[in-house]
Ligand binder design. Structure first.
Ligand SMILES: *Cc1c(COP(=O)(O)O)cnc(C)c1O
Length: 380
């Protein structure tokens, strides 16, 4: 690593957060650890290995490529693809033993035919819409579809799920979804269609709605120690730090501008540091003149616009900050701390976007990195 920019991930804190989530659940409820998009930017394989070691047996991914990279790394447990995949790719589900989400009959037929051709049965979860409006048929229109699916002999409909759009803000709507989902499952049961796993709760669903647990849940953000909603009283620990170093310092006179657009003009003589991070790394451009960093356990403001791979810092009259000093962009110093939630607030976005957009080119450093897969194998 020559350019001084790196991410530290605390896998022990990941374990702690998993325990916090488990404390909100009955022990028999199964967990799908949501590790899509490189485990929300934390790094796919190290996070998955650690969670497998902690006994997690289902992993939720967003695309086939990531699933293949877990398989190629040696992971043998259950992988659920939480998105719709174009039907020309059905063969991957069989080749890599992946569980698809079914939302479309044509896809299901192709999958069934491919399974038949290989003399196999493929487990699948069907997704229905109860108000998210993203994937799956609206539940009131999904019965016939599911009946047709249940007739496909080489697909085993192992699970059914739905998703919450307002688990942070609208209990009335969310409770309506829970009741609708439950009612729909019962209706199908009467017709002889039974699902082994029923799930709808993401992080907020798990914490705020015990009735939403059914027998499976899908936590994501809280595992990474980030709060999806600011006033969530939860003892989780942030697990990611983003750090860089000062690569240049100079003193500027009053009236001098800093960075593109000259949106920052020094109101008095002061020191300015240049730090090796920018928007190409996933450090938002919208932090221009708004963000803060920590150097020597003190906060300093960003001066001017964030550049592609640089950002400038207003050091005021501080004289003791030198080239090579560590800069914390996300993380904790002795007492000062910046959370992904803080960056999200300054950048006017959500913490999910902050962590998941951190460039995969940034080296990630792990404590207690498990050198191999430990965990339950399929069928155990
Ligand atoms: C990403 C995702 C989750 C996890 O959501 P969090 O808010 O991060 O807990 C759960 N379910 C589905 C379908 C998802 O896509």
């Amino acid at each position: 690593m020559i350019r001084p920019l790196w991410i530290e991930v605390d896998l022990k804190a990941l374990r702690h957060n998993l325990e916090v989530v488990k404390n909100h659940m009955e022990p028999e409820v199964k967990i799908i650890a949501t590790i899509k998009q490189s485990a929300y930017g934390h790094g796919l394989v190290p996070v998955a290995r650690e969670l497998a070691r902690a006994g997690i047996d289902f992993f939720g991914l967003g695309d086939i490529e990531e699933a293949i990279s877990l398989r190629e790394d040696g992971f043998r447990g259950s992988i659920i693809i939480l998105s719709a995949i174009l039907d020309k790719f059905v063969t991957y589900f069989l080749q890599y033993d992946l569980i698809p989400t079914i939302v479309d009959l044509e896809f299901a037929k192709k999958l069934n035919a491919e399974a038949l051709r290989r003399g196999k049965t493929v487990s699948a979860h069907v997704k229905i819409d109860t108000g998210m409006g993203r994937l799956g048929l609206y539940y009131k229109k999904a019965r016939v579809f599911i009946k047709k699916l249940s007739k496909l002999k080489n697909i085993s409909l192992e699970g059914i799920y739905t998703h919450f759009p307002v688990a942070d803000s609208d209990p009335e709507f969310t409770n309506y979804q829970i009741v609708a989902f439950n009612g729909f499952i019962r209706e199908l049961k009467k017709e002889g269609i039974f699902f082994r796993f029923c799930h709808c709760a993401n992080s907020l669903g798990i914490i705020n709605y015990p009735k939403a647990h059914f027998n499976m849940v899908r936590p994501g953000l809280v595992l990474y120690g980030v709060k999806p909603s600011p006033n969530l009283g939860l003892d989780i620990k942030p697990i990611l730090s983003l750090k860089s170093k000062v690569i240049f310092v100079k003193r500027i006179d009053r009236g001098r501008g800093v960075s593109y657009g000259r949106t920052y003009i020094a109101d008095k003589p002061k020191a300015i540091a240049t730090v090796a991070v920018g928007y190409a790394d996933g450090y938002p451009w919208s932090l221009s003149n708004r963000g803060k960093v920590i150097i020597n356990n003190s906060f300093f403001n960003i001066a001017g616009r964030v550049c592609m791979d640089h950002v400038m810092i207003d050091l005021g009259d501080s004289k003791d900050i030198k080239i090579g000093q560590e800069v914390i962009l996300i993380g904790k110093a002795k007492t000062a701390r910046i959370r992904p939630e803080d960056l999200a607030q300054w950048a006017k976005t959500i913490p999910y976007e902050i962590v998941s957009r951190l460039s995969l080119k940034i080296p990630r450093v792990y404590n207690s990195f498990s050198s191999r897969w430990i965990g339950k194998k399929k069928g155990q």
